[in-house]
Design a protein around this ligand. Sequence first.
Ligand code: ARG
Length: 461
Amino acid sequence: AAAPLWGGRFASGPSPEMAALSLSTHFDWVLAPYDIAGSRAHARVLHRAGLLTADELDGMLAALDALAADVASGAFGPVPADEDVHTALERGLLDRAGKDLGGKLRAGRSRNDQVATLYRMYLRDHARRVGVLVADLQAALLDQAEAHPGAAMPGRTHFQHAQPVLLAHHLAAHAQALARDLDRIRDWDRRAAVSPYGSGALAGSSLGLDPAAIAAELGFDAPAPNSIDATASRDFAAELAFVLAMIAVNVSRWAEEVIVFTTAEFGYARLDDAFATGSSIMPQKKNPDIAELARGKAGRLVGNLTGLLATLKALPLAYNRDLQEDKEPLIDSVAQLELLLPAVVGMTATLRFDTARMAQMAPAGFSLATDVAEWLVRQGVPFRVAHEAAGRCVAVAEGGDKDLIDLTDDELAAIDPALTPAVREVLTVDGSLASRDAVGGTAPVRVREQIADLRARIAAD
Ligand code: ARG
C-alpha cells in the first residue's frame, strides 16, 4: 500500500477527508515521464556527490527504466492512496529497487523543486507541440491564400463594407497574428528554460549536489539563481497561459469569420462535409461546429489564465499548497488546443470559397468612395474637399439606386468640376486593389511578397 512521504512525527495517517482533498494524481499523472527523467538525473548527481556507489547507481537506473516502461505501458499507475504523481512514482521505485536502495533517491530533493522543474518540462514540451499546430494553421491559411491569388472581397471596418481587399491579404492577416503567437512561444521558452532542481524545499541543497548538471541533463539552459524564487514562482505558467489564451483568441476571430462567411446571407464559402455537422431535426442544416467550438474554447482558455492569476495573487513566498492549483488550468489549455487546432486546420484547408460571390460583393456598399477621394487628391484637390465630393457621389448614386461607376458625366461634373470621366479608372475593384501598393497594402504584388515572407519564417522554425 502507498505510504505518505512523511510519517516520523505523525501518530496517524491522513483522514479520508484530508486525503481526498489532497489528491492530485487524476491530473498530475501527465508529469510522470518528466518525473522519471528528473529522477535519473538526480541519481547521477547523487552518485557524483559520493552518495550512491556505481553499483547503486546502476541498480537505481535499471529500476527507473523498468518503472518508466511500466508507466508507458499502463502496467503501473496511481492508486487512491498516492497523494500525487511523486508519491506514486516513489512507491513504484521502492517496489522495483527495494526499500534500501530506492529510499536513497529522495536525498537532497523536495517535491517543491521537483514539481516546479517537471511542470516546466511538461509545459516546454507541450508549448512546442502547440507551436507546430499553430504553424500548420498558418500553412493552411497561406495555402488558401495562394490558391486564390486574385480574388477580391469586401474589406470591413465596424463590420460594414469599407474598401475592397484581396482574400489572400485577409487570410494572411490571420497568419500574421499566428506568427506573433509563435514568437511569443519562442520568447517564453527562453525564460522557462531555467531549472529549479536543486532548490530543495526552498533553501537549496546541502548535499553537494550539482544543479547545473541536472539542468543540462533535463534540457534547461541554466539552474535557477534563487532557490526561493525557483520553488515559489509560477509566472512561467501564467505567461504561457496568456500565450495559449491569445492563440485561442486569435483562432476564434478566424472561426467567427468562417461562421459568418458560410451563412446564406454571405455565401462566401462552404464547409467540407467532413468538417461540418448536421442537425438531428433539420435535414438541410450544415453547421460550423468546429468554428463554434473554437469560439467557445477561447473563453475557456481566458478563464484558465485569469483563474491562475487569481491563485497566485498575494501568495507569500515560498511554496504554498495553493500552488498545486497551477496545473489543471494549463494542462487543460494545452489539451484543448491540441484537440482544437488540428480540426481548425482541416476546416480551413477544405473550405471552398465562392470567389465570384465575393468579387460581386467587393464593390458593394460604395466601398470605392475612398478611391474617388484619393483620385481627386492626386488631381490637386485638398482632401477635405475631395472627401466631401466623394460623399456627394455616394449620396447621388444611392439616390439613383446605382453604383458609383454608373454616375453620368453630368452628375460627376455637377458634384465637382474636377470630377472628369477619367475618375472611372479607379472605380473598379482591380484598380482600387492595385493602387494600394505601399508596403503592407492589399495590392497583389505586395500580398505575394508578404506571403513569401511568412512562408520563409515558417520554414526557418
Ligand atoms: N502536488 C504538489 C504540487 O503540485 C507537489 C508539491 C507538494 N509539496 C508539499 N510540500 N506538499 O504543488
